[in-house]
Design a protein around this ligand. Structure first.
Ligand code: ADP
Length: 199
C-alpha cells in the first residue's frame, strides 16, 4: 500500500475529475469513490444481491444491471431506505478504495471523493478544487447539457463553498485554462513526492 494518500474534492464541475486525470498522467494511482460505488453493485456482488432482495426485480434493468435512477428515486422518497443503502454500501466502498490504494505502485495515491465528504482518516492531505460559481455553472452546462436551474439546485444541495474550503490543506483554483491547471497539478505533485518520501 502506498503510505501517503492525498484526497481530492470540490463541487460539481469544479474540475476534480480533470485534476485527478492530470495526476494519473503523472503515473499516480487514483481511487475514485464514485467508481467504487458503481463497482460494488455490479451483478452478483453482495450489495447487488441485497438490493435486489429488498426492492424486488423492478430495480434491475433488462441486462441485469441495477436501475440506478429507480433506486435513486426510491431512496430519496424514503429516508429509512436511504440509510439502509448507505449502511449496506459503506464498508464495501471503503474496501474497494483501500484495495486500489493498497495495490498502488506510485509514490503516493489519490483518493477522489464525491462532493459531500470532508477529510477522512485515510488521507494525509486534502486538495479542494475551487472555481468561481458562475464558471462552474457554465462548465457543467457545457458538459452535461442540463438546464441552469437544475445545476443551481445541485450546487445548493452540496456543502457551501466556504465549508469545503475549510477542509483544504491545499487549494487548486481552477478559473484559468487547462495549461495553467496542469502546471498547478505538476507543482503539487513535486510537493507530494517530497512529503510522501518523508512519511
Ligand atoms: P467535476 O469532476 O468536479 O464535476 P470536471 O473535471 O468534469 O468536474 O470538469 C467539469 C467540466 O469542465 C468538464 O467538461 C471539464 O473538461 C471542464 N474543465 C475543467 N477544468 C477546466 C479548465 N481549466 N478549462 C476549461 N474547461 C475545464
Amino acid at each position: 500500500m502506498t503510505n501517503y494518500v492525498v484526497g481530492i474534492t470540490g463541487g460539481i464541475g469544479s474540475g476534480k475529475s480533470t485534476v485527478a486525470e492530470l495526476f494519473e498522467e503523472l503515473g499516480i494511482t487514483v481511487a475514485d469513490a464514485d467508481q467504487a460505488s458503481r463497482d460494488i453493485v455490479k451483478p452478483g456482488e453482495t450489495a447487488y444481491l441485497a438490493i435486489v432482495e429488498k426492492f424486488g426485480s423492478s430495480v434491475i434493468l433488462g441486462d441485469g444491471t441495477l436501475n440506478r435512477a429507480y433506486l435513486r428515486e426510491k431512496i430519496f422518497s424514503r429516508k429509512s431506505d436511504r440509510l439502509w443503502l448507505e449502511n449496506l454500501t459503506h464498508m464495501p466502498i471503503m474496501q474497494n478504495l483501500t484495495n486500489t490504494l493498497r495495490h498502488a505502485e506510485s509514490a503516493y495515491g489519490i483518493l477522489m471523493l464525491s462532493t459531500g465528504i470532508g477529510k477522512s482518516p485515510l488521507m494525509h492531505r486534502m486538495i479542494v478544487v475551487d472555481v468561481d460559481p458562475e464558471l462552474q455553472v457554465s462548465r457543467v452546462k457545457q458538459r452535461d447539457h442540463n438546464d441552469e436551474s437544475l445545476i443551481r439546485k445541485i450546487m445548493a444541495s452540496q456543502p457551501k463553498r466556504e465549508e469545503r474550503l475549510s477542509w483544504a490543506d491545499d487549494i487548486i483554483e481552477n478559473n484559468g485554462d487547462l495549461t495553467s491547471l496542469r502546471q498547478k497539478v505538476y507543482d503539487f505533485h513535486e510537493t507530494y513526492l517530497k512529503l510522501a518520501s518523508h512519511a
